[in-house]
Design a protein around this ligand. Structure first.
Ligand SMILES: CC(C)(COP(=O)(O)OP(=O)(O)OC[C@H]1O[C@@H](n2cnc3c(N)ncnc32)[C@H](O)[C@@H]1OP(=O)(O)O)[C@@H](O)C(=O)NCCC(=O)NCCS
Length: 273
C-alpha cells in the first residue's frame, strides 16, 4: 500500500543520479532524455526529486531562461508510482519554490511546453492556472541517406527570428523572442542556411529543426541538409509554426509524422502563467 504522506520532495543531490536514471528508464519506454542532461541539470540547481522509502520516484526541474522566464520541465514520476498523486506533489513543490523566486523577482513568468496528448500534464497545468499561449507542429521522419553541408550562420541578431514573434522553440524549450535571448540561443543552438531556407537547430537532447521562414519551397531538397545536421541519426525532427499549417499536407507527404500518426492539430503547446 502506497502512502503519499511518506513521499518527500527535496533538492536533488549528486548521489541521486543512479535513482534518477533508473526512474527515467520507466518513462516513454526508456526513451526519456533525462539521463543525457543530468550533468547540466545537477549543477544548474532548481532541480527536485520525490523520494519514497529511500527510492527516487520522481523529479521536476525549473530553469531560468532569458527575459525572466522560469521554465518548468523534466516532470517525471516512475511509471509504477504514477496516478498516486506524486506528480501533483512535485508540481506543488515546484510552484511554491517558483513563487518564492517570483517574490524576489516579480517580472518572472512561469512557462512550459508539453505534448497535446499529455492529458495528465495539461490537467495539472490548467488546475495551476497555466494557459496555452503558442502552438506548433512537431514532426518526425526517418533520416535520409544523402547529406549536404549547409552554411552555418554565426553572425545574427534577434531580427532573424521575426517570423517567431513571441517564442523561439529550441526543441521543446521555447525562449522569448527578445534581444536578451541571443546569447542563450548562440550557446545552445545552431543557425544554418540552405539555398532555400534558414533554420534553427537545437534542443536539449533530441534536436529539432525549426523553420525560420515559411516553407513555401521544395522541402524534399532540404532533407540532405537536415540530415547533415543530424549526422548519423536515424530520424529527423522539424518544428513548424502553426500559422504555416497550409503546408502540412506537403510535409506529411514527405513522410513526416507525429509519433501517434497523421497530424491535423498542433501537437506542441507552450503554456504560460
Ligand atoms: C505526467 C506525470 C508526471 C503525472 O504524474 P502522476 O504522479 O501520475 O500524477 P498524479 O497522480 O499526481 O495526477 C496528476 C493529475 O492528473 C490527473 N490525470 C491523470 N490522468 C489523467 C488523464 N488521462 N486525463 C486528465 N487528467 C489526468 C489526475 O487526476 C491528477 O489530477 P487531480 O489531482 O486533479 O485529480 C506522469 O504521468 C509522468 O511521469 N508521465 C511521463 C512523463 C511526462 O509526460 N511528463 C510531463 C512532461 S510535460
Amino acid at each position: 500500500m502506497f502512502h503519499l504522506d511518506q513521499c518527500n520532495v527535496r533538492i536533488v543531490q549528486d548521489q541521486d543520479v543512479k535513482g534518477l536514471i533508473s526512474m527515467s528508464k520507466t518513462i516513454w519506454d526508456g526513451h526519456d532524455y533525462i539521463p543525457t542532461i543530468l550533468d547540466k541539470w545537477l549543477p544548474d540547481g532548481h532541480f527536485f526529486v520525490a523520494e519514497y522509502h529511500g527510492k527516487i520516484v520522481g523529479c521536476v526541474k525549473l530553469s531560468l531562461f532569458p527575459d525572466n522566464s522560469l521554465w518548468f520541465e523534466g516532470l517525471r514520476v516512475h511509471q509504477r508510482y504514477q496516478g498516486k498523486g506524486i506528480g501533483k506533489l512535485l508540481n506543488e513543490f515546484a510552484f511554491n519554490y517558483a513563487n518564492t523566486l517570483k517574490s524576489l523577482n516579480p517580472l518572472l513568468s512561469f512557462e512550459f511546453c508539453t505534448y497535446y496528448m499529455n492529458h495528465e500534464s495539461l490537467h495539472m497545468a490548467k488546475a495551476a492556472g497555466f494557459k496555452p499561449v503558442k502552438k506548433y507542429y512537431v514532426f518526425e521522419k526517418r533520416g535520409v541517406r544523402k547529406m549536404l553541408e549547409p552554411t552555418i550562420i554565426t553572425d545574427f541578431d534577434i531580427s532573424l527570428f521575426k517570423q517567431h514573434k513571441d517564442y523561439i522553440p529550441c526543441g521543446w524549450q521555447a525562449i522569448h523572442n527578445n534581444p536578451a535571448s541571443i546569447d542563450w540561443i548562440k550557446s545552445k543552438c545552431t543557425v544554418f542556411q540552405t539555398p532555400q531556407g534558414v533554420y534553427l537547430y537545437g534542443g536539449l537532447s533530441q534536436k529539432n529543426v525549426l523553420f525560420l521562414q515559411e516553407p513555401k519551397y521544395d522541402l524534399r531538397k532540404e532533407l540532405p541538409y537536415f540530415q547533415y545536421m543530424y549526422g548519423a541519426s536515424k530520424s529527423i525532427e522539424i518544428i513548424i509554426a502553426s500559422k504555416w499549417k497550409k503546408h502540412l499536407d506537403t510535409i506529411q507527404a514527405l513522410g513526416f509524422k507525429d509519433w501517434e500518426g497523421p497530424l491535423t492539430k498542433p501537437n506542441m503547446l507552450v503554456l504560460r502563467k
